[in-house]
Design a protein around this ligand. Structure first.
Ligand code: ARG
Length: 601
């Protein structure tokens, strides 16, 4: 499927070299520019020429025309047009600042459908070359750090956005040919834990429940915060002292307290493990804040010695005024570490132990300044890799009633959401199946629908825009929802079952000439490009939108081009193959969002 886009890149690259040999043109950069015109009349792919202007010193329109002349030369009078030269394209034409590429529908069908079919039967996927840094080079290694929940706090719906986003990016980057390390970074030290344990040790008279103990700790944390807010005067002072003492004892690794910390931390970890299992999210490596605590302190002390950092009123930090990033605190005056301290050591581990080429941090937008400061500090410390660190910010998940906050306790906890969704699906969407199918399949199907609804809901919005979480809206089977997409998938799959035909290799591709069939194929043609772009721009929302549109195109085509009532067996076979390929593309695409659709419903 990549064939066409790669051909465009290579040929354009050569043409650009002809126009300006010293331009250092790269196919990967050209690839990032390619678009599919919204209107099929304008061709199947378009290359905008704006960004070539600077090097070539002429207008994008002129460049498009010159490229057209090089790629699709007008035959001179004594020469007959050699259409072979254009292959696989039927036409290459400049339209204003764009160079547009056309495929003839039969070529498209002949190139596209068998390759998708083949992949579906072998489970094979040829990953793109670009992530490998071009032919013969080692693959680029990307670490994507995501999820990073804090122990001793409840895991709630808001945390799912990060988890879905990070996981999907890992899948997309892997698909695009990168070597990916999916990393977690658990917040297992800090004030929030002292507060939770303070309440647990001094104010809690219930014993921990048999399950969901991590969530229960989260409730204790919330109660602790609320209790602290009601305290005044001497009582408040005393509580503060007690919490500071706990924090100090934790930093000093006091054996008695360490035991409580280890045990309670495990409760949270057990919860997280179950949550990731249910979410079908997997990590290659787990970091803990407690692991990089001491290392961070040493780095800061060294930095002070060699003059990179300065001491100010007892604390240590770095002056980032020249970068316009203010003063960045790295160690408290009492010698205790900060969030920032640990991030320095964490980054170093990523560079040294994992030799990552690119390091991505999926963290809420409220930490943007923090990461700018961390990366600038690493740079000052001489880590050239700092340039290849990237903070992917994302906006909040809201409830219809407003902002979620575990401090205030107005959150939907993961376990509640999971239960509610299950009930809602079993009582609503799967009532009939519930009567007829065995229990295991019903459970499995409801689980898959729930995952589709949540992950699509979390991913279909641009990371920069806030999301309002609404279970009811996301479980609607019509409209822009994950639920709709899995319904569409099941519907497409059932076509193959209704018509007992096998796809043979004597398909007559010229029969697929209905405009809706052509549009559907044109959409499928665009799949690899969209996945590529979704990764490079860190926007799984592009892929989500694409899949939604693919389903719409399918509905339209299926409405006009029935398999059952196709006039001939040859047409039936061709359409069957076409729709089979839609299901395959849809399944692959959903898989990249972390969604596995059920096969029947
Ligand atoms: N656990 C942190 C929090 O909840 C997020 C950690 C982000 N990653 C990092 N390397 N600082 O705010």
């Amino acid at each position: 499927m990549n064939l066409f886009v790669d051909t465009i890149c290579q040929r354009t690259c050569h043409a650009l070299e002809e126009l300006f040999p010293a331009g250092e043109w790269k196919t990967s950069e050209i690839k990032a520019l390619i678009e599919q015109p919204p209107d099929a009349e304008m061709g199947d792919f378009a290359l905008p020429c704006f960004s070539f202007s600077k090097k070539l010193r002429r207008s994008p329109k002129q460049i498009a025309e010159e490229l057209e002349n090089l790629l699709a030369p007008e035959p001179s009078e004594d020469q007959i047009a050699d259409s072979e030269e254009l292959l696989p394209f039927s036409r290459i034409k400049a339209f204003g600042p764009y160079l547009n590429f056309f495929l003839d529908p039969e070529t498209l069908a002949r190139e596209l459908l068998p390759s998708i079919f083949q992949k579906s039967s072998t489970g094979d996927h040829d990953t793109s070359d670009s992530g490998k840094g071009g032919q013969g080079k080692i693959r680029e290694k990307v670490m994507i750090e995501f999820s990073q929940p804090n122990t001793h706090k409840g895991f709630h719906v808001g945390h799912l956005r990060n988890a879905a986003l990070g996981d999907s990016l890992c899948r997309i980057f892997r698909y695009n040919g990168y070597e990916v390390v999916a990393a977690n970074y658990f917040g297992d030290v800090g004030t929030h834990i002292a507060k939770c344990l303070w309440y647990f040790l001094n104010h809690c008279d219930e014993s921990p429940p048999d399950e969901l103990r991590g969530e229960w700790l989260g409730e204790l944390y919330t109660k602790s915060v609320q209790l602290l807010e009601t305290l005044e005067g001497e009582e408040a002072q005393q509580a503060q002292t007690e919490i500071s003492n706990l924090l100090r004892r934790m930093e000093e690794k006091d054996p008695e307290l360490s035991k409580v910390w280890e045990e309670t931390k495990q409760w949270s970890m057990d919860d997280f493990k179950e949550i990731y299992r249910w979410l079908d999210i997997h990590f290659d490596h787990d970091f803990y804040e407690s692991d990089v605590d001491e290392e961070g302190r040493q780095m800061v002390l060294e930095g002070e010695k060699n003059g990179t950092f300065i001491r100010s009123e007892g604390a240590i930090g770095i002056d980032l005024e020249t970068e316009n990033l203010g003063f960045f605190m790295l160690l408290k005056s009492d010698g205790n570490t900060l969030y920032s301290t640990k991030d320095l050591a964490l980054a170093r581990r990523k560079f040294d132990q994992f030799s990552v080429d690119r390091s991505v941090y999926v963290v809420g937008a409220e930490q943007t300044l923090h990461f700018k400061q961390v990366f600038a500090t690493l740079n000052r410390m001489g880590y050239s890799q700092a340039e290849r660190c990237y903070h992917l910010p994302y906006a909040l998940v809201m409830l219809p009633s407003g902002k979620m906050s575990s401090r205030e306790g107005n959150v939907i906890l993961f376990s509640d959401m999971r239960k509610q969704m299950r009930d809602y699906i079993l009582d609503g969407l799967l009532v009939e199946q519930n009567r007829e199918w065995d229990e295991k399949e019903v459970e499995e199907t409801s689980h898959r629908i729930a995952l589709a609804a949540i992950k699509y809901g979390m991913l279909s919005q641009d990371p920069n825009k806030p999301i309002v979480f609404s279970m009811e809206d996301w479980l609607v089977s019509e409209g822009d929802t994950g639920t709709y997409l899995v319904y569409a998938y099941v519907r497409i799959r059932s076509i193959g079952r209704q018509v007992a035909l096998s796809v043979n290799d004597q398909i007559d591709f010229s029969l697929l000439d209905h405009p809706n069939e052509k549009l559907l194929m044109r959409r499928m043609l665009d799949f690899e490009r969209v996945v590529w772009k979704s990764g490079e721009l860190f926007k799984p929302s592009l892929l989500a939108r694409y899949l939604y549109e693919l389903c719409r195109d399918f509905s339209r085509a299926y409405g006009t081009c029935s398999v059952k009532h196709a006039g001939s067996e040859a047409l039936q076979s061709a359409r069957l193959l076409l729709f089979h390929c839609v299901a395959e593309v849809l399944k692959t695409g959903l898989g990249l969002l972390g969604i596995t659709p059920p096969e029947r419903m």
